[in-house]
Design a binder for this molecule. Structure first.
Ligand SMILES: NC(=O)c1ccc[n+]([C@@H]2O[C@H](COP(=O)([O-])OP(=O)(O)OC[C@H]3O[C@@H](n4cnc5c(N)ncnc54)[C@H](OP(=O)(O)O)[C@@H]3O)[C@@H](O)[C@H]2O)c1
Length: 336
């Protein structure tokens, strides 16, 4: 069974890996398979993964309803539901802003509880900073929900050091959810230090950079209505350079007798006990492969070989398109 440890200084006992469920809803990574998604969720729970990550806007409620179905017959206390809110979407799936106003926070929570079929959320977090609402107000509203028993812990997502510090003054923060992988190492410059100083864990997403560094992605895998069709790293002009990095990583993985995905996941897991990789598996085979990465022990020489194959900053293209990057408080330079 997978090990559990505290999610930050004040958070719950969480499994060393979380399961990120976003890709199980349509419009993210191409076609989805409901039965396979539920089987993957069951496999994760049976392996001792208790941390399930979702967002109310993943498939506009679809993801939460899927998780609720998968949890039927399971004990609620065996699961940690991590839910993001605040992203506003139109009926066509377009992204139309963020809402962190206190009334919106409480309304969003009420709907999530209903869809998830539960009376509390374990970790509730704004998906992005609402630039029109002070973070103190948004976190203050969640703190009210903690007091009322509807939320157990508060998390953050894609915010920078200043915002983390301000939020932590209002209420203890269990974890920051943020992209972290061999080819997205921005948090090492400043944010990780802030998290560590405040006892905030990191739930790392994009560990396989949306499949790009899974070792299985090829240019022919590209789907038309997929996140990857808009992601700079998958575009002509960047993707060939990025796939060269994957081949360099494959040489290291071959030497270690593991897969490219396993070495990429093991590298993130090796960054510290306060880092909880969110595995974006949507199929049982992917999850099994990812779980085996827990058994990969990387020596100092292995880590050096990995970083030589994929040096920091070597990726071609940003981790999001410019319009989406503009919403990332985490990408703003910290105040001097
Ligand atoms: N806070 C935020 O802003 C934010 C943003 C994004 C995601 N997240 C959370 O983080 C979770 C994980 O993020 P992510 O989807 O970006 O994760 P990821 O692991 O980088 O990418 C997921 C994709 O990689 C492929 N994959 C996964 N496991 C694999 C394996 N073992 N071998 C080969 N390919 C594999 C799958 O693609 P195919 O199935 O298409 O092959 C999968 O859809 C999400 O589900 C979500 O809960 C949070």
């Amino acid at each position: 069974m997978i090990a559990h440890r505290p999610l930050g200084r004040t958070g719950p006992q969480a499994s060393a890996f979380g399961l990120g469920c976003m890709g199980m809803s349509p419009m993210v990574y191409g076609p989805t398979d409901r039965a396979e998604s539920i089987a993957t969720l069951h496999q994760a729970l049976d392996a001792g993964i208790n941390l399930l990550d979702t967002g109310d806007f993943y498939g506009m409620g679809h993801n939460e309803l899927l998780i609720a179905e998968a949890l039927k017959g399971r004990r609620r206390e065996d699961v940690l539901l991590s839910v993001k809110f605040g992203a506003q979407r139109d009926p066509a799936g377009g992204w139309i802003g963020f809402d962190g106003r206190p009334a919106a926070v409480k309304t969003a929570l009420a709907y999530s509880l209903q869809r998830l079929g539960t009376d509390y959320i374990d970790v509730y977090r704004p998906a992005r900073l609402d630039p029109n609402v002070p973070i103190e107000d948004t976190i203050g509203a969640i703190a009210d929900l903690v007091k009322a028993g509807f939320v157990r812990h508060i998390g953050l997502s894609e915010v920078g050091s200043d915002t983390i510090r301000r939020a932590a003054k209002v209420h203890p923060i269990a974890d920051l959810q943020i992209e972290y992988s061999l080819i997205s190492r921005g948090i090492e410059d400043d944010i990780l230090t802030t998290c560590r100083a405040l006892g905030v864990a990191v739930t790392a997403y994009g560990v396989l950079s949306r499949g790009l560094i899974s070792g299985r992605w090829t240019k022919s895998s590209a789907g038309a209505s997929d996140f990857r069709s808009m992601s700079p790293r998958f575009q002509d002009g960047n993707v060939d350079q990025n796939l060269k990095l994957v081949e360099a990583l494959r040489a290291v993985a071959n030497r270690l007798g593991v897969t490219v995905a396993q070495v990429a996941i093991a590298w993130v897991a090796s960054r510290g006990d306060d880092i909880f990789p969110l595995i974006g598996a949507r199929k049982r085979g992917q999850l099994a492969e990812s779980l085996s990465a827990l058994d990969v022990r990387l020596s100092g020489a292995d880590l050096a070989a990995i970083e030589k194959a994929v040096p920091k900053g070597a990726a071609s293209g940003g981790r999001y398109a410019d319009a989406q990057l503009a919403h990332l408080d985490s990408e703003r330079k910290p105040a001097a």
